[in-house]
Design a binder for this molecule. Structure first.
Ligand code: PLP
Length: 377
């Protein structure tokens, strides 16, 4: 009999809801029109994606036409930086936080090569932006600031509202990568004062390969993909109709989740792991309801992940995009962790299907592994 999987890698991706699969099926086999086609199947498809656009926009307090559908969080983040930077403003300084996802970090590196003055905003040992340092660093050459909402590795949630106030005061554009928090944490773009925001469907049990970028009305943003004039000329290519419909359906379902129940289980997991020597990385209070990132001494967490995988437990040490690359862990390094703490760090991200029994099993297996490995050190 197949072993039940305990899936604790929900920052990497999430299982797609059955209702979402049905929606994708319907818009792939029944209402399969191209939204740009003139006949009624095309009109139906256009109407359907615009309904989804409205629902997704409403979640963050935006207007429907401020939502541009793209292929996911990576494209949204690339577009935020590379679509804004070339706009002629006479400003060329760009700030990104030290703990951004690689899709922001690499875009910033690319802009640096093109001659932009790219600066990193440091975080404290809790993983939070130092607002005073940021305020001091912003000058009249600053075009753009990108600070993520919830971090994908340590789950830390930034005070976006304070950053938004600062950006407004200084006349700087503000982008946030909300890929990990969209549909899970409350976001209101008006309250935050954000100009651009990225979201992705597969982090809320929607399909992979679809997301959006919110661009505040009046913001000029250059398309990265041209041809066809879709998305009001801001993103070429036939829209991913089934994906967009699945995204809106996933949002509808995910909003009903009992997050308090998950939060309590996360707290229970932290408590149990601390008792066996774990040290939590990132702020405990300003953190996603489902994220545990913990370091163990004298442990190679990569091996722990493989051991747990054999035991039916899926988790990771870091962002899925980087786990196959030998690159250093920028995020934990930015928090000031030493090599040993980074090597021994494990990320466990819960969902609503996890039970207390699952947690007890996982802790027992981690404990077994720790005993074995620590005795070999
Ligand atoms: N930003 C963050 C914070 C993420 O966690 C991810 C995915 O891991 C992305 C961006 C990229 O999103 P996608 O996988 O939809 O390209």
């Amino acid at each position: 009999m197949a072993r039940r999987i305990i899936y604790l890698d929900n920052a990497a991706t999430t299982p797609v809801y059955k209702e979402v699969v049905r929606e994708i099926d319907y818009y792939s086999t029944k209402e399969y029109g191209n939204p740009s086609s003139p006949h009624y199947l095309g009109e139906n498809a256009l109407k359907a994606i615009n309904d989804s656009r409205k629902k997704l926009a409403a979640e963050i307090g935006a207007k429907a036409h401020e939502i541009i559908f793209v292929s996911g969080g990576t494209e949204a983040n690339n577009m935020a930086l590379m679509g804004i930077a070339p706009i002629k403003t006479g400003k060329n300084k760009i700030f990104v936080s030290a703990i951004e996802h690689s899709s922001i970090y690499e875009s910033a590196q690319y802009l640096k090569v093109l001659g932009y003055d790219v600066r990193e905003i440091p975080v404290d040992k809790e993983g939070l932006i130092d607002l005073e340092k940021l305020e001091e660093a912003i000058d009249d050459k600053t075009l753009f600031i990108s600070v993520m909402h919830a971090n994908n590795e340590i789950g830390v949630i930034q005070n976006l509202r304070a950053i938004g106030v600062l950006c407004k005061k200084k006349g700087v554009l503000f982008h946030t990568d909300a890929v990990q928090s969209f549909g899970k944490e409350r976001i209101n773009i008006g309250e935050i004062g954000v100009d651009l925001l990225s979201a992705s469907a597969h982090k809320i049990s929607g399909p992979k390969g679809v997301g959006f970028i919110y661009a505040r009305e009046g913001i000029e943003i250059k398309p990265l993909i041209i041809g066809g004039g879709q998305e009001a000329g801001r993103r070429g290519g036939t829209e991913n109709v089934p994906g967009i419909m699945g995204f809106a359906k996933a949002l509808e379902i995910t909003r009903k989740i009992n997050r308090e129940k998950v939060r309590k289980l996360k707290d229970y997991l932290i408590l149990r792991l601390k008792k066996i020597g774990g040290k939590i990385n990132g702020s405990i209070e300003k953190r996603m309801y489902n994220n545990v990132n913990i370091s163990f001494r004298d442990v190679d967490a990569e091996q722990l992940v493989l051991y747990l995988s054999q035991k039916g437990v899926m988790c990771s040490t870091r962002s899925a995009c980087l786990s196959k690359q030998q690159k250093e862990n920028r995020v934990l390094k930015a928090l000031g962790l030493n090599e040993e703490e980074i090597k021994g760090s494990l990320r466990l991200v819960l969902n609503e299907f996890i039970t207390r029994r699952d947690i007890d099993y996982v802790v027992k297996e981690i404990e077994k592994f720790l005993k074995k490995q620590q005795s070999n050190f």
